[in-house]
Design a protein around this ligand. Sequence first.
Ligand SMILES: [Zn+2]
Length: 254
Amino acid sequence: MRYWDPITSSIDWCEANYEVSEYIVEFWNTVTSFALVVVGVYGLWVLRSFESRFVENLIAFFFIVVGVGSAAFHATLKYEYQLWDEIPMFWVISGAIYAYMVLFDYWWEKRIYLQWFFIIYNIVWYFVHSSNAFTVFFQANFFVLNTVMIVLMFYFHQKYKTKSSTMMISLYIFAILSAFSLWLVDKLMCEHVSQLPVNPQFHGWWHVLVASSAHYSLMFELVIRHTIQQNRMLEIAGGLLKYPINNSEDLHSQ
Ligand SMILES: [Zn+2]
């Protein structure tokens, strides 16, 4: 009998259980989950230098919720914590889709309807998802919402392209594609992966890369919104997790 037995989550990942600590089922998957907490806190810090919208702060806050949920899930492999990992992911993507939709004047006027739509959608989804572990349904829903978000990102990118937005969306695409590739390898080729002398912990790398993609997508939205609303071209600063800064040029004077 191990510390968190019995395992009740619908998925047990490729990392060997209790390999590092007898109190943490998947140590590396737990530690790397905090990458999302880091980008959430970092995002809130970046947003402080802008007239940020409530929804942008909410998205950054939801990064933190997903990160904590994910850490609790991987540490215990309990179904209730699996829900804390999976359900807030939909809050993040709903928030992102909402943030892009309200960049259309038409939807800005009608934003109250969008707000209600996403609130009801997430409540319904919460009951559907928590009543049963529909893993495939969860992944399909996640895929559809992500696709909607990416289509919106590309739409705004081709319409309001600046040097900064190009950099942010390129980093986003690079991070999300690498993240999904590693997630798939970990999930489909675990048999081979675990025979390597050292398990490369691809699911852990998925956490780090998906956290980076979350960060870049939020920064991309910030850059695009400033281009549209204030006609300003934000510059990009920072190291690995680049972020926009405010000493930007006015697009009129170009
Ligand atoms: Zn995970």
